[in-house]
Design a protein around this ligand. Structure first.
Ligand code: PBG
Length: 320
């Protein structure tokens, strides 16, 4: 290729139409998922609107706007009225997520309903599984996650997303779904989920901060990428249909590595702290929220994500 002046890369950057024509990664509404928090009482959050908690009725109203804006999918998180040591609200057939699923399923037959499967919002101690001797008991937790998954699908979920990071949970859930006749329900596994400080605003919204200790005994060490590939490999062997990397922005290299290694759809979760950082800076006039959000989401797609879970999903509909 001849060098300057014959080659001028600015030629293709001159107009919006040219840039769009040659653009590589693109954020599309069809690829995004909007998270929602549903509880027995509403808990609005003005600074971080997407971190608000809704009642079932309130959620139906919210989703009305979202679905008419063209967002194809939601992921639900439930905050039960009562918590206990086992997290039994998670698989209660009249639990908060199950109620929300029934209400949404009836009202929005086309909308994709995903659910987060984890015990941390339901346990009194806030850990993602049941405890034994002050530690999270991996194998005792598996059956509870499987039960929770089946109850979500019975209530109308299109896919379940285990986020607990117990070893063997994808296999346990796949087996339970198949036994219940749900062979066609996909599992979107939070495979490479890191022990991250960026979940802070979520834990306030979901009331799910651990009462003691932290999650480093089960979530991944931020230092590791090869281990992320092992997590994905195991989840796929156990029957995961989609693998996820979470958080997204500090882990773009992990998204890229996972995308290159595995020929399956890759999801990335642009988490609450990533959303909150931009919101906080924008509130001070330091960043333009729309530009910063679009750039973040484009970068996540460029890194190799096929699906992006983002608190900007609804606004994105008006931005694109
Ligand atoms: C449940 C779960 C968490 C998030 C998604 N599922 C919190 C955690 O692991 O502590 C975080 C999402 C976000 O921060 O937006 N285990």
């Amino acid at each position: 290729m001849s060098a300057f002046p014959a080659t001028r890369l600015r030629r293709l950057r001159r107009t919006g139409a040219l840039r769009a024509l040659v653009g590589e990664a693109r954020v599309e509404l069809a690829d995004v998922v909007m998270p929602y928090f549903v509880g027995t009482e509403a808990l609005p959050n003005e600074a971080l609107p997407a971190m608000s908690r809704h009642t079932v009725d309130g959620l139906v109203r919210e989703v009305d706007g979202l679905a008419s804006a063209g967002v194809p999918a939601v992921i639900l998180f439930g905050i039960p009225g009562e918590k206990d040591d086992e997290g039994s609200g998670a698989w209660d057939e009249n639990g908060i997520v199950q109620q929300a699923l029934r209400a949404l399923r009836e009202r929005f037959p086309e909308l994709l309903l995903l659910t987060d499967v984890c015990l941390c919002e339901y346990t009194a101690h806030g850990h993602c599984g049941v405890l034994a001797g002050g530690e999270v008991d991996n194998d005792a937790t598996l059956e509870l996650l499987a039960r929770t998954s089946v109850s979500h699908v019975e209530a109308g979920a299109d896919a379940v997303c285990p986020s607990d990071m117990m070893d063997g949970r994808v296999g346990a859930i796949r087996h339970a779904l198949d036994e219940a006749g749900f062979h066609l329900t996909p599992i979107v596994a939070y495979s490479a989920k890191y022990a991250s400080a960026f979940y802070g605003p979520f834990r306030d919204a979901a009331d799910s901060a651990p009462a003691f200790g932290d999650r480093r005994g089960y979530q991944m060490d931020p230092a590791n990428v090869r281990e992320a590939l092992r997590e994905c490999e195991l989840d796929l062997a156990e029957g995961a249909d989609v693998i996820m990397v979470k958080p997204a922005l500090p882990y773009l290299d992990v998204i890229r590595a996972v995308h290159e290694r595995f020929d399956v759809p890759v999801a990335a979760y642009n988490v609450s702290g990533e959303y909150a950082m931009v919101k906080a800076a924008a509130a001070r006039g330091w960043l333009d929220e729309r530009q910063a959000a679009l750039e973040s989401l484009t970068a996540i797609k460029r890194a190799g994500a096929d699906i992006v879970i983002t608190y900007w999903a609804e606004e994105l509909a008006s931005w694109l």
